[in-house]
Structures are given as C-alpha cells and as structure tokens.
Design a protein around this ligand. Structure first.
Ligand code: SF4
Length: 288
C-alpha cells in the first residue's frame, strides 16, 4: 500500500486545574470545585522551558511571526522535540464567579506557550461563543469530545454532568466551524451506548464537517476502568474497537484523521502522560 504511514507528534500536557463541576461516573480525573490549586504561570513556564524551548522560539507560529533562523542548520538545532502543548482543564461552572479567572488563566497559559514557541491546543469543556473566539487567537486548534449523541446517557453515566448534553456539545463543533477553528473531537466508547449510537455520533460529526470543513481529527477512545470511578463496566472490547474503526472509516470524510488511543484509565496522573494515554482531548480524554 502506498500510504501506510504512522505519524506522531510528541506533546506536553498542561492542566490548569483538575477541579470540575461535572461528575461523570467513569471519571478518575476530577477533584471537587475549589479543592485544587490552579496551575500558575510560573510553574507552567518552568515545565515548558524544561523542554528546551523558550531560549529561542524555534517553531514559527502561524499566529505570531518569529525571527528567521540564520541557516537551515541553526533551525534544525533549535527545533524542539515537543511542539504541541495540550491545555487540558477541568471545568468551572459557566455561572460561577470563578469562571472568568479560570478562563483568563487558560488564555494566559496558551499565550505563554505561544510566546515560548509552542503550538497550543486547548480542550476545556464547552465554551461560550465569545470564549471560543478569544481562544482562537492563542491556539492552533481546539478540541471537545462529542462522546455520544444518545441522550440516554444523561440518565446513567452523565446523570450529574450538565456539560454532557449532546446537543450542546454538537453546537460547540458547529460554533468552531463558524469561527473557522480547526477542531478535534471524538467518541467515548463503552459507556453504555450501542453500535447504532456510535453510528449516529459518527454521522453527526461527518455532517458538521461537511458544513464547515474544520474537523481535523476524530478520536475513538475506548473506556478502560480506573481506580476511583463509580461506573462499573469493564474495558471496551478490542473487537468492538476494531469494528468502530471500520465504521469510522466508512462514515467519516477522508480528510478527517482519526485515531484510537490505547485503553487506559482516566486518572489525574494520566493527564501527564503522552497524549495517546491521556483523556479529555485530541487523541485522548477524560472527556471534557
Ligand atoms: S470526565 Fe471530564 S467533564 Fe466528566 S467529571 Fe471528569 S473531568 Fe469533568
């Protein structure tokens, strides 16, 4: 075959906060609102600089011009191993007085990452149209898992998760299209949906992409039980995952990349693992 390539992009994950007002019953990531210290800009800068950038911004940002390297050799010397920064946050309630400082912290982290020569990609749960518009200026792309379109899950795993209204999440994809923001989304598999639900969700993503042409990637994230979750189902079966990949190939437009993260628990620690193991985002999730 002519196009059998495996590509990857090493990424560093920054977690502005683990606090989240949702209580998805499969989550091992969240802490109670107000009980987590937010990531400071100083600590974020320390982590970012530990990846060897910041001394010389070396990745030309599409949003901010940077100095031309004097030669190809010097450019190569400064290319960092990690270029993508995933900003992966728990959610503060839209009506909370802390929403505004929470959003500002996320914005500032993105801006810091950009200034140090990285490419930020944020997944912080559902955003207002205005918040999304602001984040566009400091991100190369945004993400939000659609998870599953069936409203049945609002009576089970999402009973206490107001952010998991399927229509609201689909609206986020649509807004990203209106704002011309490259977007990553995906399905969470094995949380109580069935095959026909997966087809419906894939079709919803395909339809949105056909409208705006902005979905860059779809993650097929299999559930794998963690240590602190209340949801008692086992891991999503490997055979079902293969079948879902086949469905995705059949339903999603060819321009959309898709990937399936390896099964792994959704935990606070996992958010610091490479993207393929971590929840909540492009190539991974605690959903969000
Ligand atoms: S899965 Fe995401 S939205 Fe749900 S409780 Fe965990 S962090 Fe919050």
């Amino acid at each position: 075959m002519s196009n059998r390539y495996i590509t990857y992009s090493p990424a560093l994950t920054l977690v502005p906060t683990y606090e989240c007002f949702n209580r998805c019953s499969y989550c091992n990531f969240r802490v109670e609102p107000g009980q987590d210290a937010w990531l400071s800009l100083d600590e974020a800068e320390r982590q970012l600089r530990s990846f060897g950038v910041g001394r010389t911004p070396s990745v030309p940002s599409p949003l901010r011009p940077s100095a031309e390297p004097s030669s190809r050799q010097s450019a190569e010397r400064h290319i960092p191993v990690v270029t993508e920064i995933l900003i992966l946050s728990g959610e503060v309630h839209p009506q909370s007085l802390r929403r505004s400082p929470w959003f500002q912290r996320i914005y500032d982290l993105c801006q810091l990452a950009l200034e140090l020569g990285f490419l930020p990609h944020t997944n912080a749960g559902p955003l207002s149209f205005g918040e999304m518009e602001q984040l566009k200026s400091v991100n190369v792309s945004l993400g939000l898992m659609l998870e599953q379109m069936t409203p049945r899950l609002l009576e089970t795993v999402h009973r206490d998760a107001p952010s998991k209204q399927p229509e609201r999440r689909l609206e986020q994809l649509d807004w990203a299209g209106q704002l011309r923001i490259p977007f990553t989304t995906g399905l969470l598999l094995g949380i109580g949906e069935d095959r026909s639900d997966r087809i419906t969700t894939l079709e919803a993503i395909a339809e949105c992409h056909q409208r705006w042409g902005h979905i860059q990637e779809v993650i097929l994230q299999p559930h794998s039980p963690g240590r602190t979750q209340g949801f008692l189902a086992g891991a999503f079966a490997a055979e079902s995952l293969i079948e879902t990949v086949a469905l995705a190939r059949a339903i999603l437009p060819g321009a959309i990349a898709y990937n399936s993260a390896q099964p792994g628990p959704i935990s606070r620690n996992s958010a610091r693992l490479p993207r393929s193991r971590c929840p909540r985002s492009r190539r991974h999730w605690p959903s969000g």
